[in-house]
Write a protein that binds this ligand. Structure first.
Ligand code: KIV
Ligand code: ZN
Length: 512
């Protein structure tokens, strides 16, 4: 069977989606789980975009050994040099350089004549090749590019040394047959295309990103670019988990293999959701909460008789353990450590200790502690590692006898503790008002959303908060058995992300 190269861009295109910023620690954690998944190439960021992006790509290139590490660069010397510097420590480093080729982009975005674009393609790829043998070139807005011109650009890029040629559907405009025909056309018409691998990169504006990617694979593409949970600009990118499980489940019509350990998918999805603050919709294919749930009596009956009646893949194949009751307040450290291992976590001792303390605290408040609770607890810890603002305590007075509701919040901001009491229209409003008084800011609350991690009235609440400040949006998450504590944690998490975003959107670093 032919091998498909899995190129993950969660940390680059995924992170570009409004509100989805990650700090260095979070990016490293995501990169590690991508490596564990068996992703072939990790696109770790856009090094010229900010010092933070540069540092993240550099740190990932230093740490990751099992996957190639790639950085993105526009077709300029400065971008390419900065990218080369960032990927230098990698065991296998790739420079991914791109230039728009569609009439619309060339005329309005680049304001460049096609012949000049063609020259720049060759120049930029050749320059990138002076730093590494592994150069990928992308024709931005490829699916809306005039086919003859696209073929000329691809030929020039391959001649200049690109070993991977990416034909993106940048705006999610293509439909499967048409996109497959474009890939076939490039394969048939470009004389030197045998020296490169064709890659596809699809956006989901029409909900066709995965369908387009698979159609392109059937047409001859051998690299697929995707993101965990389909995270990405606008409607997102093709979802890694959907591509991988389609390849695994429909081998009969898609006879290709990829090196992904599908059992890591659920954990990767959860981690990406937690660090970005983007919840996964319940009916999302493969990783949604309901993806393997059977509610109707007829379906339940069928599944009990033979799971294949309504399940085309097993929950275990994506790493979903049947929601078993796992631990209680009498469980000891050794059992907890074993459970963490079972769930796929390999944490250093201090992190295990911290998680154990929080587990005991949870078990005191919640009768049944499920696997999902432990995952939420550990991921929450990852997210808060480097926070500048921390929630120390919260006390809320509300109900029929307390009008107006009030909240007293204690925060630690850059190591200094302070307290404030505020009132509000409800307990959440009062809590947020107290936080705002302690950390004044101009952002507006765009979304406040609560959902339960497991079932039961003692379930942990997982809260998502989205803030907007000067066109920048960030999302924060928090989990706790107390919905108000979860809300405060989510709000504080969003503020920490806002601080990160402010740093990131400072003027771009100059190339060294
Ligand atoms: O969507 C796109 O065209 C991209 C390129 C940079 C590959 O993300
Ligand atoms: Zn993209």
């Amino acid at each position: 069977m032919e091998r498909i190269i899995l190129f993950d861009t969660t940390l680059r295109d995924g992170e570009q989606s409004p509100g989805a910023s990650m700090n260095l620690d979070e990016k490293l954690k995501v990169a590690q789980i991508l490596e564990e998944l068996g992703v072939d190439v990790i696109e770790a960021g856009f090094p010229i975009a900010s010092n933070g992006d540069f540092e993240a790509v550099h740190a990932i290139a230093t740490k990751i050994r099992g996957s190639a590490v790639c950085g993105l660069a526009r077709a300029t010397k400065g971008d390419i040099e900065r990218c080369a510097e960032a990927i230098r420590p990698a065991a296998r480093g790739r420079i991914h350089t791109f230039l728009s080729t569609s009439p619309l982009h060339m005329k309005y975005k680049l304001q460049m004549e096609p012949e000049r674009v063609l020259e720049k393609v060759a120049e930029s790829v050749a320059y990138a090749r002076t730093f590494t043998d592994d150069v990928e070139w992308s024709a931005e807005d490829g699916s809306r590019t005039e086919p003859d011109f696209l073929c000329r650009c691809v030929e020039a890029a391959v001649a200049a040394g690109a070993r991977t040629i990416n034909i993106p559907d940048t705006v999610g405009y293509a439909v499967p047959d048409e996109y497959a025909a474009l890939i076939r056309l490039v394969l048939n018409r470009v004389p030197n295309i045998d020296k490169a691998i064709i890659s596809v990169h699809c956006h989901n504006d029409l909900g066709l990103a995965v369908a387009n990617s698979l159609a392109a694979v059937s047409a001859g593409a051998r690299q697929v670019e995707c993101t965990v949970n389909g995270l990405g600009e606008r409607a997102g990118n093709a979802a890694l988990e959907e591509i991988v499980m389609a390849l695994r489940t429909r081998r009969d019509v898609l006879p290709f293999e990829c090196g992904i350990k599908t059992e890591v998918i659920t954990r990767a999805s959860k981690l990406v959701s937690t660090v970005t603050g983007f919840p996964v919709q319940p009916n999302k294919a493969i990783v949604g909460k309901n993806a393997f749930a059977h509610e109707s009596g007829i379906h339940q009956d069928g599944v009990l008789k033979n799971a294949q009646t309504y399940e085309i893949m097993t929950p275990e194949s994506v790493g979903l353990t049947r929601s078993a009751l796992v631990m209680g307040k009498h469980s000891g450290r050794a059992a907890f450590k074993a459970k963490l291992k079972d769930l796929g976590y390999d944490l250093p001792d201090p992190a295990v200790e911290d998680a154990f303390t929080r587990f005991k605290d949870l078990a005191d408040r919640k009768k049944d502690v499920f696997d999902e609770d432990i995952v939420a607890l550990v991921d929450d810890q990852v997210v808060r590692g480097n926070d500048r603002i921390r929630l120390k305590s919260l006390e809320v007075l509300c109900g029929t006898r307390h009008r107006p509701p009030s909240a007293e919040v204690e925060l630690e901001i850059d190591g200094i503790d302070s307290k404030h009491r505020a009132t509000g229209d409800g307990p959440v409003d009062a809590t947020f008002a107290a936080i705002k008084a302690l950390f004044p800011h101009d952002s507006r609350l765009q979304l406040y959303q609560v959902h339960a991690v497991t079932q039961g009235t003692d379930a942990q609440a997982e809260v998502t908060v989205r803030l907007e400040e000067g066109g920048r949006t960030v999302q924060g998450q928090g989990a706790d058995t107390d919905t108000l504590v979860a809300s405060a944690r989510a709000y504080v998490n969003a503020l920490n992300k806002l601080l990160l975003k402010r740093e990131k959107t400072a003027p771009p670093a100059r190339p060294a």
